[in-house]
Ligand binder design. Sequence first.
Ligand SMILES: Cc1cc2nc3c(=O)[nH]c(=O)nc-3n(C[C@H](O)[C@H](O)[C@H](O)COP(=O)(O)OP(=O)(O)OC[C@H]3O[C@@H](n4cnc5c(N)ncnc54)[C@H](O)[C@@H]3O)c2cc1C
Length: 261
Amino acid sequence: MPGTETKARPAAAKAEHFDVLVAGAGISGIGAAYHMKDQCPDKSFVVLEKLESFGGTWLWHKYPGIRSDSDLYTFGYRFKPWTGVPIATAQEILDYMDEVIEENELGQYIRYGHKILSADWSSDDSLWTITARKLDTGEEVYFTCNFLWMCQGYYNYERPYTPDWPDMDKFKGQIVHPQLWPDDIDLKGKKVICIGSGATTATVVPAIAGEVDHITVLQRSPTYFIPGRNENEMVTELEQHWHRLGYDPPDRAPESPVRPA
Ligand SMILES: Cc1cc2nc3c(=O)[nH]c(=O)nc-3n(C[C@H](O)[C@H](O)[C@H](O)COP(=O)(O)OP(=O)(O)OC[C@H]3O[C@@H](n4cnc5c(N)ncnc54)[C@H](O)[C@@H]3O)c2cc1C
């Protein structure tokens, strides 16, 4: 969405103005909204999100076992320390974000179902003009802002990268991309090949291995996995230390069903 040096469009005349416009309500956009409210209470801002809810990555991905790869102590927000087990399911991350929005009354700033189509910069007016489409009505709406905060993520949601291999169209089975996991897929009795050996494979293969007839991971270069516990030694150590000092450790979320990373 490159900004171009054009004059503000005529549409800007009927545009809503905000000091700051945040693109996207994923973990970055919700963090941006929190900091705007907390640190810039005199500035107006809005968050535009094309989906019907917040969460971005964690809302969109539906494949079996979907969970974080890194620990939530570092992935979570500084202003709301994570108190659960380190590796969290997508639903746990969504619940955490929901709490952030509720506790800080951020919902009033977010407009869902608004897909940003373009962002045009005017040097004459020192202003961005944003064109967005309301996905429920198809109507185009316009915004101006002084600062455009890009929290739209880094990948194409609707069109994930899929290699173009010869004769793919002749394959008689089903080809599934984890980013577009079908709701109605039935894996029972299937012979599956999982291509690649990164974080997604490490998540999805253990999650479906018990359901399919057979599964093979096809990898270009060797990767090694070792099972580990969903626990952080330092956190456990500190909790025990707190206990010894007579303090109660923070409430722990119930043991997560996620498999060890
Ligand atoms: C399965 C998976 C697991 C991951 N695990 C980890 C992890 O453990 N640790 C880690 O650090 N990272 C992880 N990542 C990377 C992860 O995506 C980021 O860390 C983080 O969630 C990205 O948040 P974000 O808010 O920047 O972007 P996103 O989550 O992509 O959110 C962007 C939002 O912007 C919206 N948007 C995009 N374009 C428009 C538009 N034109 N108009 C309006 N709205 C728009 C999207 O709908 C979305 O809601 C993982 C990624 C995946 C896919």
